[in-house]
Design a protein around this ligand. Structure first.
Ligand SMILES: Cc1cc2nc3c(=O)[nH]c(=O)nc-3n(C[C@H](O)[C@H](O)[C@H](O)COP(=O)(O)OP(=O)(O)OC[C@H]3O[C@@H](n4cnc5c(N)ncnc54)[C@H](O)[C@@H]3O)c2cc1C
Length: 393
């Protein structure tokens, strides 16, 4: 059973301690326990939120890559309403250049899926609650204390998975405020193709229209612009909002009928250069927080969790606690294995966030050319699509 903050156990010395039970922390705990059900693992979260509260929580539509879907399926956490993306159309408003990526070009059933954050969160929690019944050394704690790792022995592997949104986080080693916020919501539509994701680059910032779990008459909207513009858009009456959305989007894809659940998120890049230090390791948004333009933050975080569990698995196979050097080597291996994928994903996302947020003529021309080149060089297009779907392996 889960412990609440009033029943917090005295400081223990788990073999592995995870701070933060968001999707990445939960996935990491599941993967570690599936490999080693006897592991002395402690998971520590800020909120004692019930499953019911989580089910009413964050409605944000998250683009889940094929690789992440496979991972979630493999750990029994993919029972989700998840509309598939069959085509991605990338283009710019008022300027030339377009790329269309189709699932058959990559010989896949789908290029990705859209799942609400709360659904991913809940499925992972349910799976871990299930696993908890079999794992006698697993301890799930809740408290709002911020000094959880203080006093942990050097033999404990301390996993930071406390994530967070860009504007809530302390600055890590490299931090860029893009001067943009994302307006999130969903649009009631008519006649819009069901499985197409549109990424449209406008003078204010990228605007994405994505499949929605309600099916053919609804679309997830992610509209990035200056914080002032997003505030203005958030407060417009629905009719005026839809007029401005149609104008900004500028493609005759169908009718926009109503906007729902408008919320905003400040956007930026916040990354740790080094993701390990002695017996500590950082994963998910605790290691890197990205602009959502390429839909990569959670996908990258799940790959962090998967690789970390692979590296730590052998360390805890015997009942004895490992030597510090053995744990340290596993973390060094982890950092090395994650380097290429992190660099590629962070670099690609940062490039897109910067290049598609400007209206400077030379850059507009260059990005139009880049989109056209991608369209005409399928191997290059496939290589980028594969990076987005599976990362670097
Ligand atoms: C607008 C927007 C759109 C996005 N779209 C996409 C997308 O399409 N595709 C994609 O892959 N990614 C997307 N992302 C990114 C994605 O949401 C994050 O990368 C992902 O949520 C990171 O998961 P996490 O578990 O690392 O962190 P979080 O989701 O932030 O979870 C962290 C958990 O740790 C807990 N916690 C925090 N501090 C403490 C503490 N001190 N002690 C204990 N517990 C603590 C929190 O309560 C929370 O449960 C988007 C982000 C935004 C803002």
């Amino acid at each position: 059973m889960q412990n609440n903050s009033n029943q917090l156990k005295p400081l223990s010395s788990p073999q592995v301690a995870i701070l933060g039970a968001g999707p990445v922390g939960l996935a990491c705990a599941i993967l570690l326990l599936e490999r080693n059900p006897d592991l002395n693992l402690e998971l520590f979260d800020k909120f004692q939120e019930s499953n019911e509260l989580i089910a009413q929580g964050d409605e944000r539509g998250i683009a889940i890559s094929e690789g992440s879907k496979q991972l979630l399926e493999s750990i029994g956490a993919w029972k989700l309403e998840a509309p598939a993306i069959h085509e991605v159309h990338i283009s710019q408003r008022h300027h030339f250049g377009q790329t269309v990526i189709r699932r058959d070009e990559l010989q896949k059933d789908a290029l990705g899926y859209i799942v609400r954050y709360k659904d991913i969160h809940l499925q992972l929690r349910l799976r871990l609650q299930d696993l908890q019944k079999e794992c006698k050394n697993f301890n799930w704690q809740f408290s709002s204390t911020r000094s959880y790792f203080e006093g942990m022995p050097a033999s404990t592997c301390c996993i930071h998975a406390e994530g967070g949104l860009f504007h809530e986080q302390a600055a890590k080693d490299a931090r860029t405020d893009y001067g943009q916020s994302a307006l999130i919501g969903w649009v009631q539509t008519r006649g819009v193709s069901e499985h197409i994701a549109w990424e449209r680059f406008t003078s204010g910032g990228p605007l994405a229209l994505l499949p929605h779990h309600q099916g053919k008459n609804a679309r997830n909207l992610v509209w990035c612009a200056s914080p002032e513009r997003v505030e203005e858009l958030k407060n417009l009456d629905s009719k005026q909002f839809l007029i401005e959305l149609q104008e900004a989007f500028g493609l005759p894809v169908g009718e926009f009928l109503e906007i729902h659940d408008r919320r905003s998120y400040p956007l930026g890049l916040n990354i740790r250069e080094s993701i390990i230090k002695q017996n500590h390791v950082w994963i998910g948004n605790a290691a890197q927080t990205l602009h959502p333009v390429a839909g990569q933050g959670l996908n990258l975080g799940l790959r962090d969790a998967a690789t970390l569990s692979q590296c730590l698995g052998p360390v805890y196979l015997s009942m004895n606690d490992p030597q510090f050097e053995v744990l340290n080597q596993a973390l060094v291996d982890y950092a090395r294995l994650r380097e290429k994928d992190r660099r590629a994903t962070i670099g690609l996302t940062d490039l897109m966030a910067r290049v598609f947020a400007t209206d400077l003529a030379p850059i507009v021309i260059a990005r139009g050319l880049a989109l056209s080149i991608l369209q005409w060089i399928p191997p290059l297009k496939s290589a980028i699509a594969r990076q987005m779907m599976f990362g670097q392996r």
